[in-house]
Design a protein around this ligand. Structure first.
Ligand code: ADP
Ligand code: MG
Length: 618
């Protein structure tokens, strides 16, 4: 079967427009793109460096700086310098109250249920705004380096991010003036950077080990038919390279018999020690001994001692790997690839222990702090339609459903559902003896099908004559990995069956998808009101039909007066149905219901007594 590419941006993009990939990290952020030679490349604007520390500083005269420059203020102006904002993204104060001491800036707790805010000076910022500032800096650096406007991006998030954290990341992108084409899991991006998952034919299980500055996570992914699925994640949100630095500093404090209380009051020295420790840690990549002085403090450390210092931390990460495998119901032997991510995986001991645990060589050829951004750029390129051979259709961009009474959209597969997916619902007829059922399939987010995109329409024919409401029609949607939607309709009592296939992505551009999503937001209120009116009307029509049929068939059980009064009420209902007032329709429906309920009971009693007649009870 031919692969159907989602080709999201085909036709809607100018050739020159570059879609960037962004790794919005806790410690460092970076932006990458696909260069003219088709290679992913991280952007280093004007030699400022590839890594942009995820730090924002607010100056006393209102100027905002982001990155290395802001990082310097962490020591000199901590109250006005925000770091690690990713930890707060999409979080409520309740979520973070256990670790609020971690932050040197003010996290506001006015309402524990709502999202946190940060107070700097006399202004309040949301983590979305702060992340937006970091993204804006990345956007500007990319524009400066590439000499072209950058308006679209793919942004990565940890696999364990929930919907609210993902939405917050999207919103941050919007604030930065970026159209966020997709939010991609960091481990997925890292795998892509190594070319894993680019061949739609391969099935693989991958472990992605990500040890950054302050966080650790490990994800077990499965790639099948070009679709990445997260089987499990594990980790520790307070374990990372910073802990290695701290372990070294503590060691030096002990060796030099420095008074910890004194050091707490000497921020300058504390910071110097921390920086020296980080330097030493990095130096062990090419030397085995560090021996330097800060004032009269000896900063001496050999690689062996360093490894002993950090061993407990690394062991902790291995335990997480073990647990991730357990949660995914897998053994070590099931893992086909191990990908190393995060600056701290440069530490030799980390590499060695991870490799030993999984019993195989790990992927570490690429720069571990760049791989997520590189993968994001590859994903962006795929979305731009530049790699038509590749299918990475992992979610359906618009909802899929069918038309029900009154022209309403009944969603069967909601948008953002992971593909392949299968969903179904049962329907019935609305008229007695109905032999055909029209099934119209639509795509879109609006409540009325006429505002959505019609994909197919067919008739389920040959339903045997039955009273309305009795047939059971199962409608199933199967959306496969190739993006093909198969619609099956079966009437369960008779076995009558019909099936069609459509390709929802066919002939729709990314711009159209976005416009449809935008429209659904703009019209949300009107749509809801209209849906409620139509639902009331449909209910009223059905009631009219049922009651009139009842009057026809069962007049012998009712008095002339009762029939007359019922018909009068039904006529009133019919009239109000055309009025367009939902509340008056519902009120009339209630009246009819109240009035006719005793008749139904009477009929029921009669039916029972007829059934009992002539039967002896033993
Ligand atoms: P995050 O994903 O949290 O933003 P990164 O992946 O950028 O973090 O990792 C930052 C961490 O990597 C820091 O703790 C830094 O000290 C550490 N790091 C960077 N280079 C090296 C190196 N050569 N050896 C050991 N650790 C390193
Ligand atoms: Mg990272």
């Amino acid at each position: 079967m031919a692969k159907v590419s989602i080709n999201l941006a085909t036709g809607s993009l100018q050739k020159e427009e570059i879609i960037v990939g962004i790794d919005l990290g806790t410690t460092n952020s970076l932006v990458a793109f696909i260069d003219p030679d088709k290679n992913p490349k991280v952007i280093n604007d004007a030699g400022k460096g590839v890594l942009v520390p995820s730090v924002v500083h607010f100056g006393s005269t209102g100027e905002i700086t982001v990155g290395n420059e802001a990082k310097n203020y962490l020591i000199t102006d901590p109250q006005n310098t925000v770091f690690s904002v990713k930890r707060l993204l999409g979080r409520s104060y309740h979520d973070i109250e256990n670790y609020k001491d971690f932050f040197s800036y003010k996290v506001i707790d006015d309402d524990t249920e709502s999202l946190v805010k940060i107070k700097v000076g006399d202004k309040f910022y949301t983590p979305i705004e702060l992340s937006g500032l970091i993204l804006k800096e990345l956007k500007e650096r990319a524009e400066h380096a590439l000499k072209t406007p950058v308006n679209r991006a793919v942004i990565t998030v940890p696999a364990y991010f929930n919907d609210s954290q993902r939405q917050a990341t999207r919103d941050a992108g919007k604030l930065a003036g970026l159209d966020v084409l997709r939010i991609v899991n960091e481990p997925t991006a890292a795998s892509l950077a190594y070319g894993i998952g680019l061949n739609p034919e391969e099935t693989k299980t991958i472990a992605v080990y990500d040890l950054g500055g302050g966080t650790f996570d490990v994800s077990i992914l499965q790639i099948q038919n070009g679709i990445f699925e997260v089987l499990s994640t594990n980790g520790d949100t307070f374990l990372g390279g910073d802990d290695f630095d701290r372990a070294i500093v503590d060691y030096w404090i002990e060796k030099n018999q420095i008074d910890k209380k004194e050091l707490a009051n000497n921020r300058e020295l504390a910071q110097q020690l921390r920086l020296k420790a980080e330097e030493a840690k990095k130096a062990f990549a090419h030397q085995s001994l560090v021996n330097e002085k800060i004032g009269d403090i000896w900063c001496t450390l050999d690689r062996n001692t360093f490894e002993q210092l950090i061993l407990p931390k690394v062991e902790q990460t291995i335990l997480c790997c073990h647990n991730a495998l357990k949660d995914a119901n897998l053994d070590i032997g099931d893992i086909n690839e191990v990908v190393m991510v995060g600056g701290s995986t440069r530490t030799a001991l980390v590499k060695k222990m991870v490799s030993n645990f999984f019993g195989r060589e790990v992927h570490d050829d690429l720069n571990p702090d760049e791989v997520v951004a590189l993968g994001a750029a590859i994903q962006a390129d795929i979305l731009a339609g530049n790699r038509k051979d590749i299918l990475l259709l992992d979610v359906t961009p618009l909802s899929l459903g069918i038309e029900t009474m009154g022209g309403l959209m009944d969603v069967i597969i909601p948008r953002n559902s992971k593909v392949p997916t299968k969903a179904g619902r049962q329907y019935t007829t609305s008229v007695d003896g109905q032999a055909n059922m029209k099934i119209a399939v639509y795509q879109g987010e609006r409540d009325l099908v006429k505002e959505n995109r019609k994909l197919a329409e067919f008739d389920l024919k040959g339903i045997p004559g039955m009273p309305a409401g009795l047939p059971k029609v199962d409608i199933n949607f199967l959306l496969n990995a190739d993006g093909i939607l198969k619609i099956q309709a079966v009437e369960l009592r008779s076995g009558v069956k019909q099936e069609v296939e459509v390709t929802p992505t066919y002939g729709i551009t990314d711009d159209q998808v976005e416009q449809m999503l935008l429209d659904s937001v703009t019209h949300a209120k009107d749509d809801v009101a209209q849906r409620m009116l139509i639902e009331a009307r449909t209910e009223g029509e059905q009631m009219t039909y049922t009651v009139e049929r009842f009057l026809q068939k069962n007049s012998e059980y009712l008095s002339i007066a009762e029939i007359g009064a019922t018909q009068k009420l039904v006529n009133e209902l019919k009239e109000v149905l055309t009025s367009g007032n939902k509340d008056s329709i519902l009120k009339k429906i209630d009246e009819v219901n109240e009035f006719t309920r005793p008749f139904a009971e009477r009929l029921m009693d009669h039916a029972i007594s007829t059934a009992m007649k002539g039967k002896s009870i033993e």
